[in-house]
Every structure is written in C-alpha cells, then in structure tokens.
Ligand binder design. Structure first.
Ligand code: HEM
Length: 187
C-alpha cells in the first residue's frame, strides 16, 4: 500500500484514475466496500501488481535443490542440496521481462498486455509449490485500504521523503531509507 501510494503521488493521473474507478464502483454498490465491489476495481489491482513488481517486499526467494538439475542450454548442473537464491528484484527490473523497468506502468497488467508477462517473471508472491498462500487475501486487503483512503483523500509526496528513493539493505523486507512520507488533503 505504501509503495502504491508513493507511486500514485508521483503519478497523479494514475491516482485520479483509481479514485474515479473507486467512485464509479461504489456508486453501483450502494457505497459499500465489500467482496463484489473490491473485485470490480480492476485498474486498482493493476496499480498494486505494478507496485509489487517495483517494490517487492521479498527481494529474493530461496530454494534447496532436491535432485541434480542440468540447466537447459548450458553445461551447468545444479547439484542436489545446493541452496539457490532467486533474485526477485533483478528479474523484475530485467528489460527482457519488463521493458523500461524503471517506469511505473500499471498498463503492463491490463487485460490487453498481461499475456506479455512470462510465467515466473513476476515473483512478488513467489512461485511454484511454495507460492504465497495469502496472495488473493493480501491483494484484497490492500484494495480495501486504498479504496478507503482514495475516496476521501488526495495524496502528494512530502518533502520529508528522501528522493531518489533508496532501499535500506539492513532491513529484511523492502523498506525505504528514511521512510516514505506523504501529504494528504481531504477532497
Ligand atoms: C501483499 C502481500 C503479500 C506478499 C507480497 C507476500 C509474499 C510472499 C512471498 C514472496 C512468499 C514466498 C513464496 C515462495 O517462496 O515462492 C510468501 C509465502 C507465504 N505467504 Fe505471503 N505474501 C503476502 C501476504 C500474505 C498473507 C495475507 C498471508 C496469510 C494470510 C500470507 C501467507 C503466506 C504463507 C503461509 C507463506 C508460505 C507458503 C509456503 O511455504 O507454502 N502471505 N508470501
């Protein structure tokens, strides 16, 4: 939520589009934030998935190799017992997977474009058998939070946020040095 609001503060047109979506959906649903209304907020979900690409809470994943594995197209054999570190941030910022990776672009996750995202290249929730069991719940909680805030408040970047953003290497989860500070006004 924090990084989504941070990017929406830098990209006011995205923030306004999400707010319009919230207003339109809530107008159809008697103003209630419930399961049905949350599921209808599709553009907001694109924004959250793009924020998770750029600022994945887990910057690496770990896997222990359970049998010798020859990497296709190379002579490399990963031996049984090897601990593999999967560089989530590196993959999320790889041009081959996400062109112009420094750009916050929720359109990557639109119905039209989502098929361009290769399997296992968006790893904010991990992948395979140990993929996050709470993915849908996590996205839903974030949507409830953002809908509640954006329908009432406009967010802008505070001068207290240290730009350009730097991540704190001493933190386990992705955290900005000096924290992220936003200003808000009632609308
Ligand atoms: C935006 C929110 C969340 C993010 C970004 C996230 C991310 C992750 C990641 C990266 C993993 C490791 C997956 C892997 O190794 O392949 C994971 C595992 C897990 N997550 Fe989440 N998570 C989120 C929310 C939640 C919530 C809300 C719950 C529970 C209600 C949850 C429960 C779990 C559990 C139990 C695992 C371990 C799964 C296993 O080892 O089989 N997560 N999560």
């Amino acid at each position: 939520m924090t990084f989504a609001l941070f990017e929406m503060s830098l990209n006011q047109e995205v923030q306004e589009r999400v707010r319009q979506e919230v207003k339109e959906v809530l107008a159809r649903q008697n103003g209630e934030i419930n399961y049905d209304s949350i599921m209808e907020m599709k553009y907001m979900e694109q924004v959250i998935r793009e924020a998770l690409r750029m600022y994945s809470p887990a910057s690496v994943l770990k896997r222990r190799c359970i049998k010798d594995y020859k990497v296709p197209g190379s002579d490399l054999v990963i031996e049984k017992g090897t601990l593999a570190i999967i560089p989530v941030v590196g993959i999320h910022y790889d041009e081959d997977h996400f062109p112009n990776p420094e750009k916050f672009d929720p359109e990557r996750f639109s119905d039209k474009n989502i098929h361009n995202i290769k399997p296992f290249s968006h790893l904010a929730f991990g992948g395979g058998r140990r993929e996050c069991i709470g993915e849908r719940f996590g996205i839903m909680q974030s949507k409830v939070g953002l809908a509640t805030l954006l329908k009432k408040y406009k967010f802008t970047l505070s001068e207290k946020t240290q730009m350009p953003l730097k991540m704190d290497p001493s933190q386990f989860l992705t955290t900005a040095v000096g924290d992220i500070w936003l200003d808000y006004e009632k609308i």
